[in-house]
Design a protein around this ligand. Structure first.
Ligand SMILES: C[S@@+](CC[C@H](N)C(=O)[O-])C[C@H]1O[C@@H](n2cnc3c(N)ncnc32)[C@H](O)[C@@H]1O
Length: 277
């Protein structure tokens, strides 16, 4: 569940209550707090009310709090944006409400230097490695831009990192923040069960994941690769590794350049690629 800054939790399941209570969090020391500043906090409600993020919140691993930047404005219209100096199209988010919100959150949580991430198409490209680094932090703050973006003084004086989720332009930073938060939360130790470990996921070790199959064994005229039915775990692991290598070589050869592979693996990739030509 995503909490607005002034809302009380709406889950009354006994276990959830116990696990999200302050003493439980102190006891397990695993709670991460994520604050998100944006113009449309309601956008986060549905995406974070299901699946892993919801379960992580219910089990006390993370608390996500959204804040409406307009709540930190002081005129009766809640003006959070203004015309760009120098002219040009569109509006720019004003610095004052964002600075006030960040200072307020810092005071509220008693944390002075919260890693503060601006979502922007100009940021460094977000990757699984960055997700893993962020998952080790006790607290994170995200600032979502809108319109033409955010007054540069926010980036210069509050923001500690700028992340882009890809080389394209979204309408606002909310969807980008959802993407980053989702991928970070699933990497918080304990959030995924052992049967849904992220270790083999694409990009975890620099490779794409091997192909996956489930029942039925025979679907139409297509059958599951026999090795997966063999019960030989060593052979299955070796097959999966080779499939990962091949798939990465075919789809994302740029990823292979960053890895140190054995001579045997390199030879196998080369043979497989030439036999496919
Ligand atoms: C319409 S965009 C502004 C783009 C800005 N004028 C520029 O050219 O860099 C509005 C907001 O959406 C968010 N946004 C857009 N594309 C994004 C991306 N690829 N990654 C992360 N955030 C993005 C940012 O928060 C941005 O301030």
């Amino acid at each position: 569940m995503v909490m607005g800054s002034n809302e009380a939790p709406n889950s009354f399941l006994p276990l959830s209550v116990v696990k999200s209570s302050a003493w439980w969090q102190l006891l397990c020391g695993a709670l991460m707090r994520i604050d998100i500043l944006c113009l449309f906090p309601e956008m986060f409600v549905s995406p974070f009310s299901h699946s892993i993020v919801k379960r992580a919140e219910d089990n006390g691993f993370v608390k996500v709090v959204t804040h409406n930047i307009r709540d930190y404005t002081h005129d009766r219209h809640g003006t959070a944006d203004d015309y760009p100096y120098g002219g040009g199209a569109g509006m720019v988010l004003k610095p004052e409400p964002i600075f006030e919100a960040c200072e307020d959150i810092g005071q509220l949580t008693g944390v002075g230097n919260i890693p503060t991430i601006l979502l922007t198409p100009q940021g460094r490209p977000f990757t699984q490695r960055i997700a893993a680094e962020l998952a080790a932090q006790p607290q994170l703050m995200f600032i979502c831009g809108h319109y033409e973006g955010v007054d540069e003084r926010v980036a210069e004086h509050i923001v500690t990192d700028e992340l882009s989720i890809g080389d394209y332009v979204l309408t606002g930073g909310e969807i980008a923040a959802m993407v980053v938060v989702d991928s970070v939360v699933r990497l918080i130790p304990g959030v995924l069960g052992s049967d849904e470990s992220a270790a083999d996921d694409s990009h975890s070790e620099g490779l794409l994941e091997y192909p996956q199959y489930t029942r039925p064994e025979q679907f139409r005229e297509w059958s599951v690769p026999p090795i997966l039915l063999s019960g030989n775990h060593g052979e299955i692991a070796a097959w999966r590794r080779r499939q990962s290598l091949l798939r990465t070589a075919l789809r994302r050869p740029d990823l292979l350049d960053k890895l140190t592979l054995t001579d045997k693996e390199l030879a196998w990739i080369s043979d497989s690629l030439s036999s496919q030509r």
